[in-house]
Design a protein around this ligand. Structure first.
Ligand SMILES: Nc1nc2c(ncn2[C@@H]2O[C@H](COP(=O)(O)OP(=O)(O)OP(=O)(O)O)[C@@H](O)[C@H]2O)c(=O)[nH]1
Ligand SMILES: [Mg+2]
Length: 310
C-alpha cells in the first residue's frame, strides 16, 4: 500500500491505518516523510500538553480529562511519552491498563511513545505522531510527558495549551517547581486534592505566579485542584483549557506561536536532511581527524557542505 493510501485510510477513520502510519513515521526516512507530507494539510488539532513530576497523577488525570471531553462529545487522541522506557513495557503498560476506562470507545485513540533513539529525538517523533492523530480527525490531542529533560520542554513547547500538574505537600520547598515549568504553564493543577496541604500549595503557586509578573501576554494561568482518581475537578480543568483555546484565537498569540513552531519544524527538517545527505564516506574520516585535532569541526563542516554542493 502506498503512503498516500495509508493516509487516505487513516483519514477515513481506520484505526489500524493510523497505528501503522505512526509506526512507519517513527522509523523515519523517506516513507515517513511521504506519510507526513500527505497528512500535513489535515493536521488541525488543539494540542494539550500535560506535564509534571513523576507520579503526580498525570496519566490518571489524562484519563479523567479524556472522559470529561468525551462526555462533551469531543473525540480525544492521547499520546503518552515515556522517555525512560527503551521498549514499551513498564510504566507505559501501566498507563495503558489505567486508560482501559477509555477502551472500546472509537472516539478515543491512545498511543505510547518510547525513545527509540530516532534521529531528531523523542520531541520530533511525538510531534509527528500528533500530526497523524490530528489528520485522522481528532480535534483534541492530549500529550503526557514527565517534566524532566529537554525533550519534555520541547514537547511542551509544541503544545497549544500546557497543563502543569503538581501535588500537595511541596511545603517550604516551593522552589522545587522548576522555573521553566512556571513559564510554560497555561493551567496549573494541584492533583491529589484528597491529601492534606492542598490550600497551602495552591496559595504558594498563586504567589509564585504573581511574583513572576502577571501572566503571559494577557493570560493569567488559573490554579485549579483535582482528584484525578475520581474525576473531581476535571470539568473545571476542561473549561479552563477551552477558555485558553478561546483566548489564543482571540489574540494574535496563536498565530505567533504557530510561526515559532513552524520555524522549529523547518530547522529540524533542515538539520535532519542535511545530516542525512552529508553522512557519506568522508564522515567517519572527518570524525577521527577532529578527535585527533588534525582538523577543526567548522573546517570539516565547510568541506562537507562544499562537497555536497558540487
Ligand atoms: N490519592 C490520590 N492518588 C492519586 C490521584 N491521582 C493519581 N493518584 C495515584 O498516584 C499514582 C501515580 O499516578 P499516575 O497517573 O501513574 O502518575 P503519573 O504522573 O502518570 O506517573 P508517571 O507517568 O510514572 O510519572 C497512582 O497510584 C494513582 O492511582 C489523586 O487524585 N489522589
Ligand atoms: Mg504516567
Amino acid at each position: 500500500m502506498s503512503e498516500h493510501d495509508l493516509v487516505t485510510r487513516l483519514r477515513n477513520g481506520e484505526r489500524r491505518a493510523l497505528a501503522r502510519a505512526i509506526s512507519l513515521v517513527e522509523q523515519g526516512g523517506p516513507p515517513a516523510r511521504a506519510i507526513l507530507a500527505a497528512a500535513y494539510p489535515y493536521a488541525q488539532a488543539h494540542r494539550v500538553g500535560i506535564t509534571g513530576p513523576p507520579g503526580a497523577g498525570k496519566s490518571t488525570l489524562v484519563t479523567a480529562l479524556a472522559l470529561e471531553w468525551r462526555k462533551r462529545g469531543v473525540p480525544v487522541g492521547i499520546v503518552a511519552v515515556d522517555p525512560s522506557s527503551p521498549f514499551s513495557g513498564g510504566a507505559v503498560l501501566g498507563d495503558r491498563i489505567r486508560m482501559q476506562a477509555l477502551g472500546g470507545d472509537p472516539g478515543v485513540f491512545i498511543r505510547s511513545m518510547a525513545n527509540r533513539g530516532r534521529m531528531g529525538g523523542l520531541a520530533r517523533a511525538t510531534a509527528d505522531a500528533v500530526t497523524l492523530i490530528a489528520a485522522a480527525g481528532f480535534p483534541l490531542v492530549l500529550i503526557e510527558t514527565v517534566g524532566a529533560g529537554q525533550d519534555e520542554v520541547d514537547i511542551a513547547q509544541a503544545a497549544d495549551t500546557t497543563i502543569v500538574v503538581e501535588v500537595p505537600g511541596m511545603g517550604d520547598d516551593v522552589q522545587s517547581i522548576k522555573a521553566g515549568m512556571l513559564e510554560i504553564a497555561d493551567v496549573f493543577v494541584v492533583n491529589k486534592a484528597d491529601r492534606p496541604g492542598v490550600e497551602q500549595t495552591v496559595r504558594q503557586l498563586r504567589t509564585m505566579l504573581q511574583l513572576g509578573g502577571t501572566s503571559q501576554e494577557g493570560w493569567s494561568p488559573p490554579v485549579l485542584t483535582a482528584i484525578a482518581t475520581t474525576g473531581e475537578g476535571c470539568d473545571q480543568i476542561v473549561d479552563a483549557v477551552e477558555r485558553h483555546r478561546q483566548f489564543l484565537t482571540t489574540t494574535d498569540l496563536q498565530a505567533r506561536r504557530a510561526l515559532a513552531a513552524a520555524e522549529r519544524e523547518l530547522s529540524a527538517a533542515v538539520h535532519e536532511l542535511i545530516l542525512e545527505r552529508l553522512r557519506g564516506p568522508r564522515w567517519a574520516a572527518f570524525i577521527s581527524e577532529i578527535a585527533s585535532r588534525r582538523r577543526d569541526p567548522y573546517a570539516a563542516a565547510i568541506a562537507l557542505l562544499n562537497g555536497a554542493a558540487e
